[in-house]
Design a protein around this ligand. Structure first.
Ligand code: CMC
Length: 428
């Protein structure tokens, strides 16, 4: 290897592959000519070493435990910014001036309603339907009410599609929750900011006045910021992959919601609380559950622990842990689940198994405790994650389409049967 290329010696020949520079972090070997030149492809199950794109949105260093949105450290953003500003930052690349913020915020308010017909679609779901399934379906259904394909060469159309989806998504998230309780579906209130508006739409009771609790809204705002983007994770890669076929924005995001639902990804926040409740019911012996997580013959994993990229503390988990502590004391709530979570964290972080494998608490370990303190039911946790991740999905979709990434189409190493002849059923 030299500074700017990698040399591959194979089958008596030598091939050169250029190294693609980064501004910080991993550089990439451009192997796009590898197969044509050598007849070989790369095999990388789970894409552990594969860069799928060139991106300018989010950077994370898993060894140092660093996360930057458009260059700004997550700690500064979580402390000083707000979710609406973060949405603008991810979508447009820079922090907004006051005028830019007002225009963006004003546009979101302009589209702060959802067609009444959408309620009929929600009606068709049983109340027991998982909110993530409902949310994914509703997001896809939005296409029917906003049928115009986005012209990716027009900045105006791209911005409009993003603002429409952001405005309407808060309704869909709130409505999926109210559906599970059989509550009337509210429309938005333009006197409120984005997070307050969502909060009111989701939690207003039909028989009482609604008061915005700033402590609760502050905690929600922070959680949404922390979830807003995380570069090429499973759901974002799904959004980009679906969008790479020039599928529309809403349909691409709908696919991302399905990917996020899985317990190894966003669904982990629900799985963490279910795990903590199970441990509590079982007598609260955290050592027993840490042993189970280490046992290769037991399928149990410590949910909320480990991460594909972070091999150090997930910086979001640190911020969320403190926010959970602050929120519980501000609301005067004592939660046994938080005690168990802290004991689990302590035992696991001192255990050789977790140390060796560099398994630390991730973003989902403490977020469920905040959601629970806010009275949000467990099945809604991943919907909250989706609401936070939405601007990241849109920003990544937009970047992919503007840069003109080709359709995503991995190859495979085939290990199935060789060619064989069809046998009629009577002769099998
Ligand atoms: N509990 C026990 N062992 C674990 C855990 C865990 N939570 N996570 C990883 N390991 C072990 C795993 O068994 C393997 O051991 P060995 O080398 O002996 O076979 C080793 O650590 C490496 O794990 P891996 O599964 O190869 O790592 P991965 O990068 O493919 O998976 C992960 C990452 C997040 C899917 C995994 O750590 C996990 O399943 N964690 C629990 C689920 C979770 O909290 N997911 C949320 C992720 S963060 C938010 C998000 O992405 O949405």
């Amino acid at each position: 290897m030299s500074d700017n290329k990698v040399i591959l010696n194979y089958d008596g020949n030598s091939y050169e592959y250029p190294i693609v520079d980064s501004t910080i972090g991993d550089r990439g070997i451009d192997i796009s000519k590898l197969r044509d030149q050598t007849g070989l492809i790369t095999l990388d199950l789970g894409y552990k070493n594969t860069g799928a794109t060139l991106s300018e949105i989010t950077y994370l260093d898993g060894d140092k435990g660093e996360l930057f949105y458009r260059g700004y450290p997550i700690e500064q953003i979580a402390e000083k910014s707000n979710f609406t500003e973060v949405m603008y930052l991810l979508l447009h690349g820079d922090l907004p001036t006051q005028d830019q913020f007002n225009t963006f915020n004003g546009n979101i308010k302009k589209y702060n309603f959802v067609a009444e017909e959408m309620k009929k679609i929600i009606d068709a779901f049983p109340r027991s339907a998982h909110p993530m399934g409902v949310l994914s379906s509703l997001t896809s259904a939005l296409t029917a009410f906003n049928p115009k394909a986005v012209n990716v060469n027009s900045k105006e159309e791209m911005d409009l599609a993003a603002e429409l989806l952001i405005a309407k998504f808060a309704h869909l998230a709130a409505w999926t929750y109210r559906k599970t309780l059989g509550l009337p579906l509210n429309h938005g209130d333009n006197n409120l900011n984005y997070v307050e508006n969502f909060y009111k739409m989701a939690f207003r009771q039909p028989n009482a006045d609604f008061e915005i609790n700033p402590v609760v809204v502050g905690a929600l705002d922070k959680l949404l910021i922390l979830h807003a983007d995380h570069e090429q994770n499973c759901s974002t890669s799904t959004v980009r992959m679906v969008g790479s076929a020039h599928t529309g924005l809403f349909a691409s995001v709908s696919a991302g919601i399905s990917a996020l639902w899985g317990p190894l990804h966003g669904g982990a926040n629900q799985a963490v609380i279910e795990m903590l409740e199970l441990i509590e019911k079982d007598g609260g012996d955290v050592n027993k559950w840490v042993e189970k997580a280490k046992d290769k013959n037991d399928s149990f994993r410590l949910m909320g622990f480990g991460h594909r990229v972070y091999k150090n503390f997930d910086p979001r988990a640190k911020i969320i842990k403190k926010a959970a502590d602050d929120l519980l004391s501000a609301l005067g709530i004592e939660d046994k689940a938080l005690d168990i979570a802290m004991q689990l964290e302590k035992v696991a972080l001192e255990d050789e198994y977790f140390i060796e494998r560099k398994l630390y608490p991730n973003v989902d370990f403490y977020s469920g405790i905040i959601y629970r303190a806010l009275g949000i039911p467990t099945e809604m946790f991943t919907v909250m994650f989706a609401l936070g991740r939405l601007p990241g999905w849109i920003a990544q979709w937009k970047e992919m389409r503007i840069k003109g990434d080709p359709i995503g189409r991995p190859r495979q190493v085939y290990q199935g049967a060789q060619q064989r002849d069809y046998i009629d059923m009577v002769n099998r």
